[in-house]
Design a protein around this ligand. Structure first.
Ligand code: ADP
Ligand code: MG
Length: 353
């Protein structure tokens, strides 16, 4: 029933962050090299994500917003190897149920004729019309939660905090996506559109951080290339299920940028902490704890700026534990953390502090 659909959708799309996250990840999955996120009235009126990705082929227009439709998974076996962000086919259908939802999309073959798609709350295609456009897709979410009055009032009441969170999340994507030119803009109800930040496509993470946080922040950072050697201790995933024998090790790398440890000085960098697993933004509180503890042994009064991408083999972790895929289970995390602590101390010791 439509009530059940609405309730389930409200569990996939819980706030502005989930809208931005789902749409940006779809654009990345579609191979976009430019992504523009446009807010109206901080997202309360509209969130639009426009990309220059593959576009949606006409034969998929009917099914694109139906529940569990996805083009990204052909069999269950694929799940563990999956490189794309999405795979559940729930985001677009949920957004249909919770907002005024439309898409403008165009593939290479159809350009410059794009199609505007409008949907019913069930995800059923309601109407199509031809408009002009280039290759890519714009997904337009207006009046989020308009049909869930309690949720809508909560969003309006907490808009300051929600806005901070969604901008942080977009900062996090913009910094890590070296192949994507990111632009984020906002237009107040009365007034003109302002660009909040933008990155260049084909950049390094260093250049991205400069464009998002400023050159002063970047100058206060040191670059990390930590190699953590993991020894398989039990018959587990590290060992592909076999008992340990030949003393072989697995390498996990932690790459990125972290505040230069400075004894006792004033604030150098914003205390933003961004963690990723193989380029996928996620919360890693245990890792954050190690970084903070080691850093505070140099400078007790501050927390460091952290941009850390944990690069490891896909069989060493499990991303499918929560629907928003922000939670990641790392196997043998204890060993990784011990190892990380030692490597960080070593890195900091080789700096002039
Ligand atoms: P999922 O990402 O889990 O597949 P979604 O509901 O997020 O599910 O999207 C459904 C489908 O719509 C995707 O599998 C993809 O084929 C298509 N799609 C969504 N956004 C885009 C986009 N920006 N560009 C091209 N195709 C898209
Ligand atoms: Mg998706």
């Amino acid at each position: 029933s439509s009530t059940v659909h609405q309730i389930q959708s409200g569990q996939v799309i819980v706030d502005l962050c989930s809208v931005a996250k789902e749409l940006v990840e779809n654009s990345v999955d579609a191979g976009a090299t430019a992504i523009e996120v446009r807010f109206k009235n901080q997202g309360l009126d509209c969130i639009e994500v426009q990309d220059n990705g593959s576009g949606i082929a006409p034969h998929n227009h009917e099914s694109i917003a139906l529940k569990h439709y996805t083009s990204k998974l052909s069999s269950y076996d694929d799940l563990s190897e999956l490189q794309t962000f999405g795979f559940r086919g729930e985001a677009l259908s949920s957004l249909c149920a919770l907002s005024r939802f439309s898409i403008v999309t165009c593939t290479q073959q159809e350009a410059p004729r794009a199609t505007r798609l409008e949907f019913e709350t069930s995800g059923k295609l309601k109407s199509t019309s031809v408009v002009s456009g280039q290759r890519g897709t714009a997904v337009i979410v207006e009046n989020l939660f308009h049909n869930l009055p309690v949720r809508r009032r909560e969003l309006e009441r907490n808009i300051k905090r929600e806005w901070g969170k969604v901008i942080n999340l977009l900062n996090q994507y913009a910094c890590v996506q070296t192949g994507v030119k990111f632009t984020v803009s906002q237009q107040p109800t009365k007034g003109k559109r302002m660009i909040l930040f933008s990155t260049k496509g084909n950049a390094t993470t260093r250049e991205n951080i400069i464009n998002v946080f400023g050159v002063k922040t970047m100058n206060a950072l040191i670059t990390m290339h930590l190699k953590l050697e993991l020894v398989p201790t039990t018959a587990g995933p590290l060992n592909k299920g076999k008992a340990p024998a030949d003393g072989s090790t697995t390498e996990v790398r932690v790459v990125g940028h972290v505040s230069r440890p400075v004894h006792g000085e004033g604030r150098q960098t914003p205390d933003r902490q961004m963690f990723y697993v193989n380029g996928r933004p996620c919360g890693l509180p245990q890792f954050a704890k190690v970084f903070n503890e080691v850093y505070r042994s140099y400078n007790a009064s501050q927390s460091p700026f952290i941009f850390a991408d944990i690069r490891l083999d896909t069989h060493l972790y499990d991303v499918n534990v929560s629907p928003d895929k922000r939670t990641i289970l790392l196997h043998d995390q204890g060993q990784m953390l011990d190892n990380l602590r030692e490597s960080l101390i070593e890195l900091f010791e080789t700096q002039d502090v």
